[in-house]
Write a protein that binds this ligand. Structure first.
Ligand SMILES: Cc1cc2nc3c(=O)[nH]c(=O)nc-3n(C[C@H](O)[C@H](O)[C@H](O)COP(=O)(O)OP(=O)(O)OC[C@H]3O[C@@H](n4cnc5c(N)ncnc54)[C@H](O)[C@@H]3O)c2cc1C
Length: 397
C-alpha cells in the first residue's frame, strides 16, 4: 500500500494521551465514557481499525439480558450459586446504569422486559425452578405456561418460560456512538493498532498513520485481541453468529425480545414491524467459527424455518438483510479481564461470549476504575484472568 504526500501531511503523527483505548465497540466506548465521567481532565484517544460499532457491537440483536446465559440454574451449575448471584447483580447494574446515566431515547431503549423460553421439557423445568431463587435475590420474574407464552407472542408451539421485566432491548449502534460522543475522547477511526511497546512514560501504539503515546492502554478488541497479543489466544476465540431482518410485518406480534432454546435462537420485532432473528449456531458448530464475515445458506434457512414454525403468519415475508458477526468466546463463557504483561497499569478485556451488551456499560465502569488505579473494583474478581481455565489445542468454543 502506498500513501500520498497529502495523506502523510494530514496523518496523526505523534499524538499523546493519558489513556489510549483500542477498539470502538461497546467495551471500548463504555470505558471511554466512564473514564471521562470519573476523571474529566484525562486526555483520551480511542483508536478503531474500522468505524465505530463496525464489529460485533454493531451486528448484534441489542438484547439486554441478565446473567451469563439468562438461565439462572444453568449459570449456577457452571459457576456456583454465589458467583452466579453476583454475575446477575452485575448485569442488573448494567441495565440500571444505562437507564440512570444516559438518555435511553438516544439508543431507542425498549423497556419491554424479555422472554426466556424453553426449547425442551428439561429446560422448562429448570426455568420454573429458578423462579424462587431469583425472587429471593429481589429479581422480578414471572413463569409463563406455554399457552401464556404463545398468547403473548401471537405464536404457536413455544413451551413455557420466564418473563423478566428488567430485560429490554436497544439499538446497539446508537448506544456505541452515544457513548463515544459523551466520552469526549478523540476518536480515530480507520486507525488499526499494529503493535504496542513500552516507552518512557507508558505505551507506544503504532498505526499506519503515525504513533500514539499514552500513559496507559485498554485493549477492547473482542475476538481480534489475539492478533495483537498472541498469548491471549488461550482466553478468547472467534465464533461466528448470523442474523436476518425481514420487511416490516404488521401488526406487531412480538412485544419483547425472545431468547429461546437455551439462547440458541433469538428474535425481536422493532416498532416498525421489522423482525430480527438470530441463532441456529448449534446446528452448524463446525462451520460457525473464525473471522470470516459471511452468511451461509444452510444456517439462514434454519433461521427462516424457526421463524415460520413459531410464527406461521410470517411465511411470505421478504428477508431484507442477512449478516454475520464475530463474537469472542472465552473458555468458561465469562468475560476475561487482565493486565497486559510488561505494560504497567494497562489492561485487556475480551471473551464476552455472545453477551457483551448485557455486561458492557457496567464493565466499562469496572475497566475505568482499574485504569484509574483502584486496586480491586467491585466485580473484578468475577472476571480476572488469574486461575481461570484456558483453551487448549483440543477445546472447541
Ligand atoms: C449476531 C450477534 C448477535 C449478538 N446478540 C447479542 C445480544 O443481543 N445481546 C448481547 O449482550 N450480546 C450479543 N452479542 C454479543 C455482543 O455483540 C458482543 O459480546 C459485544 O459486542 C462485544 O463488544 P466488544 O466491544 O468487546 O467487541 P467489538 O464490538 O467486536 O469491538 C471490537 C472492535 O475492535 C476493532 N479492532 C480490532 N482490531 C483492532 C486493531 N488492531 N486496532 C484497532 N481496532 C481494532 C474492531 O474493528 C471492533 O470494532 C451478539 C453478537 C453477534 C455477532
Amino acid at each position: 500500500m502506498t500513501r500520498s504526500f497529502w495523506q502523510r501531511r494530514h496523518q496523526v503523527a505523534d499524538r499523546v494521551a493519558d489513556v489510549a483505548i483500542v477498539g470502538g465497540g461497546i467495551i471500548g466506548c463504555a470505558t471511554a465514557f466512564w473514564l471521562h465521567r470519573l476523571c474529566p481532565h484525562l486526555r483520551l484517544i480511542l483508536l478503531e481499525a474500522r468505524a465505530l460499532a463496525e464489529g460485533a457491537s454493531g451486528r448484534n440483536a441489542g438484547f439486554i439480558l441478565p446473567g451469563a446465559s439468562a438461565d439462572f440454574l444453568k449459570d449456577c451449575s457452571r459457576y456456583g450459586e454465589a458467583r452466579t448471584r453476583r454475575l446477575w447483580q452485575f448485569t442488573r447494574e448494567n441495565r440500571n446504569l444505562l437507564l440512570r446515566e444516559l438518555d435511553p431515547a438516544a439508543f431507542d431503549w425498549e423497556d419491554s422486559g424479555a422472554l426466556i423460553v424453553a426449547g425442551s421439557a428439561e429446560e422448562e423445568k429448570r426455568l420454573q425452578e429458578a423462579v424462587a431463587l431469583l425472587r429471593s435475590d429481589g429479581i422480578p420474574v414471572i413463569f409463563l405456561t406455554a399457552a401464556e407464552v404463545n398468547r403473548r407472542l401471537q405464536a404457536r408451539g413455544y413451551r413455557g418460560g420466564l418473563y423478566l421485566p428488567e430485560g429490554g432491548c436497544l439499538d446497539p449502534v446508537a448506544l456505541v456512538r452515544h457513548l463515544a460522543a459523551r466520552s469526549e475522547a478523540t476518536v480515530l477511526t480507520h486507525h488499526p493498532v499494529l503493535a504496542l511497546s513500552p516507552c518512557s512514560g507508558g505505551v507506544l501504539l503504532e498505526t499506519p498513520y503515525g504513533v500514539v503515546r499514552a500513559g496507559q492502554v485498554l485493549l477492547a478488541l473482542n475476538a481480534y485481541l489475539p492478533r495483537l497479543l498472541p498469548e491471549t489466544a488461550a482466553y478468547v476465540r472467534p465464533v461466528r453468529a448470523q442474523m436476518l431482518a425481514t420487511e416490516p410485518a404488521r401488526p406487531r406480534w412480538v412485544p419483547c425480545p425472545v431468547y429461546s432454546h437455551d439462547g440458541f435462537f433469538y428474535l425481536r420485532q422493532l416498532s416498525d414491524g421489522t423482525l430480527l432473528v438470530g441463532g441456529a449456531r448449534h446446528l452448524h458448530l463446525e462451520e460457525e467459527v473464525g473471522y470470516e464475515d459471511v452468511t451461509t445458506e444452510a444456517l439462514q434457512a434454519d433461521l427462516e424455518r424457526y421463524l415460520h414454525a413459531y410464527f406461521p403468519q410470517s411465511e411470505g415475508l421478504q428477508v431484507h438483510c442477512r449478516w454475520s458477526g464475530t463474537m469472542g468466546f472465552s473458555p468458561d463463557g465469562l468475560p476475561v479481564v487482565s493486565q497486559i504483561s510488561g505494560l504497567d497499569g494497562s489492561y485487556w478485556a475480551a471473551g464476552f461470549t455472545g453477551h457483551g451488551m448485557g455486561y458492557g456499560f457496567r464493565m466499562g465502569r469496572l475497566l475505568a476504575e482499574l485504569l484509574l488505579g483502584r486496586p480491586c473494583p467491585e466485580g473484578y474478581d468475577l472476571f480476572a484472568c488469574n486461575g481461570r481455565p484456558a483453551f487448549t489445542l483440543e477445546t472447541t468454543p
